[in-house]
Write a protein that binds this ligand. Structure first.
Ligand code: MLT
Length: 407
């Protein structure tokens, strides 16, 4: 009989957010009169910026006319978008990234999950704990880990993020090959300083390793001292791939557009020690397995780089950061230590108790959904993540309900 990829049997039965959705749906079905407020999965609630909507309309009209209709576009993305990204997200911040080093895609989740397949099956992984589950799960699926023993997969060097290191992990004492970093961090909301990122770039250069840098939340950084891109660190072009997304920057979670930067100077070796440009491998993978993001969506994404687009997206992220501030203040008033929320849309609350129990308590007593920290890894136990993505009205109502439930 046909056999399965048995690596899948090492995974938990369902993806974290699917698991939470199942529990919340069961609660809603059993309690139809109790409206639930969702501050769990980081899904945006506010409408697309008007510049994006206008661009979508105009591009849709182009698709309706023979003269301007478009079929397949370049798999890597249209030049107008790649050039705008290179100019506004990199050159303007002093980073040297060429438009053809940018691969436009339908989401950072997909890119973060898929990138590992261009690397060797037996490489040494370094992954933070707690962490966005996609980094771990996709490596488990690919067979790079052993079994899950006591909440941790054999074969991963876990980078512990705890109150003691302010949730920013130090470089490990052992050599590793592929390192996942995410700043502003999901789930903790922590940010890394230039010196902290420089230590990682230095480590990667010494170990001839590659950093996979997820900066999907960079638009939330307000502290001008905090780097928005790994390429703000000298030497990073030779050791890092960066993932960015329009999802949380411009409300594209349902519209789908993101990009991955693979510098042409980034090299990796084969078993014989001969080096190869990683850019060529990713280009091969991308052109084989992906046919590009829809033209109207790319036009909508490019619209955010106009002056008006920058104002509108700034207002959008400011709005969610306003929610985050309210959440952080409310949790402090309730006596909980927390981080995040100032340069990130997530607040990481140290509850001091079992995180699934706390999740159940908020769901049952306040009808508020958060994300239990244990779902992000062993070090997430004792914490919950509260997302700032919702309307102001819902956030205020949720905080009132949480205060009442915990009193
Ligand atoms: C989250 O809640 O962690 C995010 O929504 C996940 C994602 O962007 O895929």
């Amino acid at each position: 009989m046909i056999r399965i990829n048995e690596n899948y049997t090492k995974l938990k039965a369902s993806y974290l957010f699917a698991d939470i959705a199942r529990r919340v749906n069961a609660f809603v079905a059993a309690n139809p009169a109790k409206p639930v407020i969702r501050l769990g999965i980081g899904d945006v609630t506010e409408p697309l910026p008007p510049v994006c909507v206008d661009a979508l309309h105009a591009a849709t009209d182009e698709m309706s006319r023979r003269a301007t209709f478009k079929g397949y576009g370049p798999e890597q993305g249209y030049a107008f978008l790649r050039e705008a990204i290179a100019q506004h997200d990199y050159a303007a911040r002093g980073c040297v990234i060429e438009p053809d080093e940018i691969f436009v895609s339908d989401g950072s989740k997909c890119d973060c999950g898929n990138i590992q397949e261009i690397f060797a099956a037996d490489l040494r992984l370094a992954i933070p704990d707690p962490v966005y589950p996609v980094y771990v799960d996709t490596n488990v699926m690919a067979g790079r880990t052993g079994a899950n023993v006591d909440g941790r997969y054999e074969g991963i060097t876990y980078l512990e993020c705890t109150p003691a290191n302010h949730y920013v992990p130090a470089v490990p004492s052992v050599a590793t090959d592929l390192i996942y970093l995410c700043f502003p961090n999901n789930p903790t909301g922590a940010v890394a300083t230039k010196a902290q990122l420089a230590a990682w770039v230095d480590y990667a250069r010494k170990n001839r390793a590659i950093i996979l840098f997820d900066s999907a939340y960079e638009a939330y950084i307000r502290d001008p001292q905090i780097p928005r891109s790994i390429y703000e660190i000298e030497g990073a072009r030779d050791v890092a791939i960066e993932f960015r997304s329009f999802s949380k920057t411009a409300g594209f979670t349902g519209t789908r557009c993101a990009y991955t930067v693979v510098p042409k100077t980034l090299m990796a070796a084969d078993a014989a020690g001969q080096t190869h440009p990683v850019h060529a491998l990713w280009n091969r993978r991308h052109t084989t397995k992906f046919n590009g993001v829809a033209y109207p969506i790319q036009k909508a994404a490019a619209a955010i780089f106009s002056d008006e687009g920058q104002r509108q997206t700034r207002a959008l992220t400011d709005f969610y950061l306003g929610n985050a501030k309210l959440v952080r203040e409310a949790m402090t008033q309730l006596g909980f230590a927390s981080i995040g929320g100032d340069n990130a849309p997530y607040i990481w609350v140290n509850t001091g108790r079992d995180s699934w129990e706390f999740f159940d308590l908020l769901l049952n007593r306040a009808q508020v959904v958060c994300t239990p920290g244990a779902g992000f890894g062993k070090c997430g136990e004792g914490h919950v993540r509260i997302s700032a993505f919702n309307s102001r009205e819902n956030v205020e109502a949720a905080l009132t309900r949480i205060a009442a439930a915990l009193r």
